[in-house]
Ligand binder design. Structure first.
Ligand code: ADP
Length: 296
């Protein structure tokens, strides 16, 4: 597949802060690439430099084989979505999208299709200020789609939303990727939520790319087990004596295992504990977060 975005050895400094440190990354046509890292990792800077909105200090940035800082036409086929979209507050969404469609020479059908696609049908006559946070994000996605871009870049599009809306917006990106064959880049500081929807994940920390891979490669065999039980401290001692390191939070025990062998050993030990009469209410495997991946 064709590389639509290429960054090679890119460095970007803000005074003494190195926000991007020798970063290389390729985004292929059709991918949903998640850029994941804690706050301050350099995700927004990576996006702004990729769009040519900020000048890099070193390295190469190419979108559709053009450097977007010197040739803004490289950005023409890209729709951008930010964490807190700001569209005209009192204009009905449909009216706003009609104005936008005229700029791009698109007809009314394009607007209707886009409103349908993003799930705003029935709310299109509401003003931006009357929409919920999730609907505002949908309106921003509709705005980006009117121009019929080839790439959508979304900088932390879910961080202002509640968990249900977060998942719905991520599902919408997945749908857009499938139905419109759009390449999508999403930044996030929450790894588990993007594991489900992305085809590739880039993990960043302190301006560096630490890992790039498919979701399964990134998570590998790392598992976090949450054990709910009557007496976490009694079980803690037993597991620690058997070589496990763990945390107790809110009465639950969290155990990280790095491979499937250790996970099965943990499960065997838990069944031993139960046989000895300890009460276990439940055990769940939960998706690892960025911290566990970075430590792992
Ligand atoms: P993220 O999006 O992952 O939170 P950013 O790209 O916003 O990370 O920031 C990366 C680093 O660059 C941080 O240390 C941040 O404080 C710094 N930074 C970002 N923007 C500026 C700026 N305009 N001026 C100075 N420092 C900045």
């Amino acid at each position: 597949m064709e590389d639509l975005i290429v960054l090679e050895n890119v460095t970007k400094r803000y005074g003494k802060i190195t926000a991007l440190n020798d970063v290389s990354l390729k985004v292929k046509k059709g991918e949903i690439m998640a850029i994941v890292g804690p706050n301050g990792a350099g995700k927004s800077t990576l996006i702004k430099v990729s769009l040519g909105l900020l000048r890099k200090d070193r390295g190469t940035v190419l979108i559709f084989n053009k450097d977007p800082f010197y040739d803004p036409s490289a950005r023409e086929k890209i729709g951008v979505i930010f964490e807190r979209p700001s569209l005209p507050v009192s204009m009905p969404i449909i009216e706003f999208l009609s104005h936008v469609s005229k700029i791009y020479n698109k007809d009314f059908n394009t607007i209707k299709e886009v409103i349908d696609l993003v799930g705003l049908k029935g709310s299109e006559n509401k003003a931006f200020s009357q929409l919920s946070a999730g609907q505002r994000q949908r309106a921003a996605i509709a705005h980006a789609l009117i121009a019929e871009p080839e790439i959508i870049i979304a900088d932390e599009p879910t961080s202002n939303l509640d968990p249900v809306e977060r998942n719905k917006i991520l599902d919408l990106f997945l749908k857009i990727n499938k139905e419109r064959d759009l390449t999508i880049i999403i930044s996030s500081h929450v790894l588990p939520e993007v594991l489900r929807v992305s085809s590739k994940i880039t993990i960043m920390k302190s301006g560096k790319i630490l890992k790039v891979g498919e979701p399964d490669d990134i998570v590998k065999n790392i598992s976090i087990s949450r054990i709910r039980c009557k007496d976490p401290f009694a079980i803690k001692d037993f597991l620690e004596k058997n070589g496990f390191s763990l945390n107790i939070e809110g009465g639950n025990i969290y155990v990280k295992t790095e491979d499937s062998e250790k996970t099965s050993k943990l499960l065997n030990l838990i069944s031993e504990i139960v046989k000895k009469g300890q009460q276990i209410y439940g055990i769940e495997l939960i998706e690892p977060g960025i911290e566990e991946i970075l430590e792992g």
